[in-house]
Design a protein around this ligand. Structure first.
Ligand SMILES: [Zn+2]
Length: 278
């Protein structure tokens, strides 16, 4: 049984800005430069953004993409991002819109990692063709790993992550210091659009180096939920026709001290911050 101490601090700061925010939060070295050139990753800084919905009728998706690219590039300029994870529903149905969405993201400077959502509606082959990566993949950053898993298919079904693949992926990263798991549809019926995947939850809870899970899909969810010692973070939505009032994404910084994550608007206002230690 893993023992984890989790400390969560939530600061609903609706008016502060990215620089010079006035939160009563312990100092976390978001902008601290890495002093060591060694391949061990002293800090891992990344962003998770979900639900872009390029092409959804009745939405200003082109403006939304432009705002997202500008905001994420500004965040990268302030403190380089190892990657930006687009956590599903990047586009709103089929290969043509997916290709257009990719073009709309061409100006995004950080490395892109992607997961399928139920609205992308691509086959595995189409996903690979458009995004240049499999729908299920493991990416290492030094001694930390990111596991990205599919929770849908070309028909838009709501699916649990592939249990065998995920088990093998986690086993393959067992010697890594930290593992972060990213998939679109949450695996518990604790949101309106979540699904019940008890095997997935048990697998994640039983893997000692899994530090956090990041979900999209529920556009109205902007906080964190805990299941059996595992923290599942939500990041609202970048696009689409419904959800939380602000368009947001999640900034994540992992250091030896733990994980600190901020919910940010596309123009860099911090709405909340959570800190995990283990
Ligand atoms: Zn969506």
């Amino acid at each position: 049984m893993r023992v984890r101490r989790t400390s969560i601090i939530r600061a609903a700061v609706l008016t502060s800005v990215l620089t010079g925010c006035a939160t009563a939060v312990p100092p976390v070295p978001f902008a601290a430069p890495s002093a060591s050139p060694t391949p061990v990753v002293d800090r891992l800084h990344f962003a998770v953004a979900s639900d872009f919905h390029y092409g959804e009728p009745g939405t200003d998706y082109q403006a939304g993409f432009a705002q997202a690219v500008a905001g994420l590039n500004a965040a990268d300029a302030a403190d380089p991002l190892a990657f930006v994870a687009l956590n599903g529903d990047i586009s709103h149905g089929g290969v043509g819109l997916a290709q257009q969405a990719k073009v709309a993201l061409a100006g995004l400077r950080p490395r892109l990692l992607v997961t399928p959502g139920n609205h992308d509606e691509l086959t595995g082959a189409e996903w690979q063709q458009v995004w240049g990566a499999p729908a299920d993949q493991v990416v290492r950053f030094g001694d930390r790993s990111v596991i990205l898993a599919s929770t849908s298919n070309a028909a838009g079904d709501y699916l649990c992550p592939n249990q065998q693949w995920l088990a093998e992926a986690l086993a393959g990263e067992a010697r890594q210091r930290d593992v972060f798991v990213i998939f679109h549809i949450t695996v518990k019926k604790w949101t309106k659009h979540g699904i019940d995947c008890p095997q997935t939850r048990a697998l994640l809870a039983g893997t000692s180096n899994v530090r956090a899970v990041f979900n999209g899909h529920d556009h109205d969810q902007v906080s964190v939920k805990d299941d059996d010692g595992v923290s599942y973070f939500f990041d609202g939505h970048v696009g689409g026709s419904w959800g939380a009032p602000e368009r947001t994404y999640r900034d994540v910084l992992v250091t030896d001290a733990g994980l600190s994550t901020r919910l940010l608007t596309l123009d860099g206002r911090e709405l909340a911050r959570d800190v995990l230690t283990w």
